[in-house]
Design a protein around this ligand. Structure first.
Ligand code: HPA
Length: 266
């Protein structure tokens, strides 16, 4: 057993969440909804990534949201930090080791659609991996040929739609295109992304979806829109804007995810 898995099991003290969440930039507030929170800094978990990006805390938070048990990864490592697309492999595999079945990924993203302004929440229904990278490069054996036809779980997407409808939460849907970052896109790249069928652009999530499917987890993913894509308004983009805008849509996304968890309790 991996050392980090062993530590997690010890520290969770009998808690056995079936759903895990990865919190994106500026979306850390979701962790404050967790009651009876057990907090484990990534530094205590061997092989978990040391953080680095402002807005990312780097800790595991486990406990309850309502009656549902949940485990959150607050803080992710991005490909652009060290050029390692598999940076989140060990944490995701540890989640699978402790019995997690469903992974909900969140991120902040740029919108490519005029009708999806900053503050919007988008259900990711599919993605385009524009980075050319893959976290499974170098993985031996046939298991590496992971099917991506149903990467985003139909059942979880339906549940998200149902909750959004009943809670009167506006939920957009679309295709997320992964750019490596850390520089933002150019206006020409944004025009290209729109022509290729993307609805939002961002610098994360896709490698984690691939790793989660490799680990046998069902996946749902949501973007909080923090800005329009480069060139769509003439404004320069910045990480400050991402951090400032993310909590606005993040509050709504938090409510949606909380109700999803409630309705799915064992
Ligand atoms: N591009 C890439 N990543 C992002 C953006 C964007 O416009 N906004 C938030 N994350």
């Amino acid at each position: 057993m991996k050392a980090a898995t062993k530590t997690l099991i010890e520290r969770l003290d009998g808690l056995a969440p079936q759903t895990a969440l990865v919190l994106g930039s500026g979306l850390g507030a979701l962790a404050s909804q967790v009651t009876g929170a057990i907090r484990i800094p990534y530094g205590d978990l061997e092989g978990f990534p040391a953080g680095g990006v402002s807005g990312h805390a780097g800790e595991v938070v486990a406990g309850h949201i309502g009656h549902a048990q949940v485990i959150l990864l607050s803080g992710r490592v991005h490909y652009y930090e060290h050029g390692n697309a598999a940076a989140m492999r060990l944490p995701i595999e540890c989640l699978a080791d402790i019995g997690v079945k469903k992974l909900v990924l969140t991120n902040s993203a740029g919108s490519l659609r005029e009708d999806m302004p900053p503050g919007s929440v988008m259900l990711i229904t599919d993605h385009i991996n524009w980075s050319g990278m893959n976290p499974l490069i170098g993985e031996p054996g046939d298991r590496r040929f992971v099917g991506m036809t149903n990467a985003y779980d139909a059942d979880m997407m339906d549940r998200a739609r149902g909750v959004a409808r009943r809670q009167d939460i506006a939920l957009h849907e679309g295709i997320y295109m992964w750019f490596s970052g850390p520089s933002f896109e150019t206006p020409a790249e944004i025009r290209m992304a729109r022509q290729l069928g993307a609805d939002a652009v961002g610098m994360s999530t896709v490698p984690e979806v691939i790793l989660a499917r490799f680990a046998g987890l069902d996946v749902a993913a949501f973007s909080v829109i923090t800005n329009f894509g480069a060139g769509m308004t003439g404004a320069e983009l910045s990480h400050e804007e991402t951090k400032e805008m993310a909590p606005k849509g993040g509050e709504r996304l938090g409510r949606l995810i909380a109700v999803m968890l409630q309705e799915n309790r064992p």
